[in-house]
Design a protein around this ligand. Sequence first.
Ligand SMILES: NC(=O)c1ccc[n+]([C@@H]2O[C@H](COP(=O)([O-])OP(=O)(O)OC[C@H]3O[C@@H](n4cnc5c(N)ncnc54)[C@H](O)[C@@H]3O)[C@@H](O)[C@H]2O)c1
Ligand SMILES: [Zn+2]
Ligand SMILES: [Zn+2]
Length: 407
Amino acid sequence: MLAVVYKENSQVKVEEVEDPKLESPTDCVIRVTSAGICGSDLHMYEGRTASKAGQVFGHENMGVVEQVGPGVRSIKKGDRVVLPFNIACGTCFDCVRGRTEACLVANPEAPHAGYGYAGMGPYRGGQAELLRVPWADYNCLKIPGQPGDELEDDFLLLSDVFPTAYHGTELANVRPGATVAVFGAGPVGLLAGYCALLRGASEVYVVDSVPERLAKVKEMGAIPIDFTKGDPVKQIIDLRRGNPLIMGALRAGEEKAMGVMCGIDAVGYQSRDIKGADAHGGREKPTQVLEQLVELVNPTGSIGVIGVYMAPDPGAPDENAKQGIYPLPWAKVFDKGITVGTGQTPVKRYNHFLRDLIIAGRARPSMIVSHRLPLQDAPDAYKKFDARKDGYTKVILKPQLSPKARA
Ligand SMILES: NC(=O)c1ccc[n+]([C@@H]2O[C@H](COP(=O)([O-])OP(=O)(O)OC[C@H]3O[C@@H](n4cnc5c(N)ncnc54)[C@H](O)[C@@H]3O)[C@@H](O)[C@H]2O)c1
Ligand SMILES: [Zn+2]
Ligand SMILES: [Zn+2]
């Protein structure tokens, strides 16, 4: 079969690899109909992880079940399924408590596993024609309809970014009426803004610098903040202070808390230093977003850190950062009594509820998808998505569009 294979820093190729097969009675194999390229893939693509040449990428996968092992009960050949990016056994201490992001069994080396990702176990990714799914009963989420129908991309986003964005709003304690700031308007940040609106937030600010992404923020009804136009913390506070309705409703002392109650980091360790940055580029400063969130979030507020922080990071700006050690304004976190939540998303905790919002027509996360391309276009798509240019916001690869799969 054809698959997207990592070669070296900033290079992937589409090449023939061996077809996957059932390795355990509880496995299934799916024919992939859609596989997303994620901002998390870019960390590997840019050589910023321990990913090795030969790795088949792709942790955002959906398709049609082609083979099932004899131990699989609830999934059958022909079922249309979407898979959480986490691979989970379903029976370990963490899985039974719903913490599938920390499955203790699926990866011999660490307490988490996933498809096609550095440090996430020996599993190939789904940017390919076929994919082996371990513990198929537990990991497959059944979806209605036909492959390639108008909801295909909405359902695909249930594999990672829609639940991850929702998880960000959960960690940040977003409630009806909440004030929310999201840093990053990539797929995850855009959908975090979208989820905050779904959950009834009163004000949602989304910070970035890429014009197409900021335009999307506006389109979905949130407030875009361009960090190349000035300090985003000051911009948000000034907007709030400049609103006579907000000012007219303040209680005693509230003028000291003109930031927001809920902050979300949807950028992670490759965040850019806002000083000297332009729309698409700039120097990296791993703590930039965390520092700004601690500044912006009001006392007793919450911060959800869903952007990834990763070690080892061979391309980090200094020795400590290479080991994932960052200087943080922790005293301010303590002083303000801010709650901080972080980590990989337990996709399974949210994916069936979010699927049902899609089925009911109450959520259309696919409004963030910018490109639908055949597998062969992956090298070019990676390059353009990595440059965050030409409107490459979210790319979904469609293996069935490839000449080989059509044959
Ligand atoms: N926790 C999880 O389980 C999980 C799952 C999926 C993705 N992620 C992570 O979420 C993050 C976002 O993913 P994505 O697909 O949206 O990636 P992306 O790279 O497309 O988006 C990141 C955005 O952040 C912007 N940015 C950079 N520096 C900034 C700054 N200082 N302030 C504000 N914005 C800034 C960039 O311009 C870009 O638009 C990545 O770190 C990814 O690895 C985490
Ligand atoms: Zn992803
Ligand atoms: Zn487990």
